[in-house]
Design a protein around this ligand. Sequence first.
Ligand code: NAD
Length: 259
Amino acid sequence: MRNRNAVVTGSTSGIGLATARELASRGCHVMLNGFGDRAEIDAVCADIAARSGTTVVYSDADLSRPDAVRAMMGQAAEALGPIDIVVNNAGVQHVAALHEFPDDKWDLLLAVNLSAAFHTIKAALPAMRERGWGRIVNTASVLGMVGAPHKPAYVAAKHGIIGLTKAVAIEVAEHGITCNAVCPGTVLTPIIEKQIAQQAQVTGLPEDQVLKAVFLGKMPTGRLVPPDEVAAAIAFLCSDAAGSITGTALPVDGGYTAH
Ligand code: NAD
């Protein structure tokens, strides 16, 4: 993977940050993206670059806006060169019963969790096809494979991104480009910390019981998935060794979907 150019969306924390670190450690030049404190993000980029010896740049593009996604992909190619690897990882969540689910949250979740991937892939494919090599990995979720209450937009978007993964995989397979999804179980990141609080409100349960009943209860391993394990799975799917793996949705879920 040395000298591959990668864009990892939603990489200022959690799974995305672990993935950016992992790809850089394997020799990739990386564009990070996401929200957060600019000084902290700059420090993280400098740290990754110092450890890996690769080029690390950052875009603050808001992926709910298609024009911003396109601009980010243009900046990535300008800064790094043609993009070989796209990891569509940015994600947001909102928890509410469907009859109370705000319309604007539905639109936001579909835009960030699903449509942004359409736009990054659309922007990246021409150069990948020209070079005859490409890796696209979409961070879906176990909720791309099974349903759950109070998360209609998230479940719909994550099922959608697995569909997009298959459609892209088939369309570009003969050009040396693969497209896969990873489906994490519960990974303790800011997105989950917020959900534990929201679920506690919706269900009326204390937060420690929500963690056990709603999140850990579904995973036979009985432990949260470390972000590094998801990053390792993504990095494998980006490697040459995974050249024949395409159109898949790989659970990294402690057995959640084995039930
Ligand atoms: P996180 O909150 O740590 O990271 C989310 C990232 O997305 C952050 O960098 C954030 O700044 C970025 N982001 C949010 N909205 C954005 C926008 N409009 N434009 C650009 N960036 C934006 O969460 P995480 O758990 O690391 O989530 C990463 C992905 O993994 C998401 O797609 C999430 O749905 C998925 N996932 C997480 C879990 C889990 O248990 N944490 C489980 C399954 C799937």
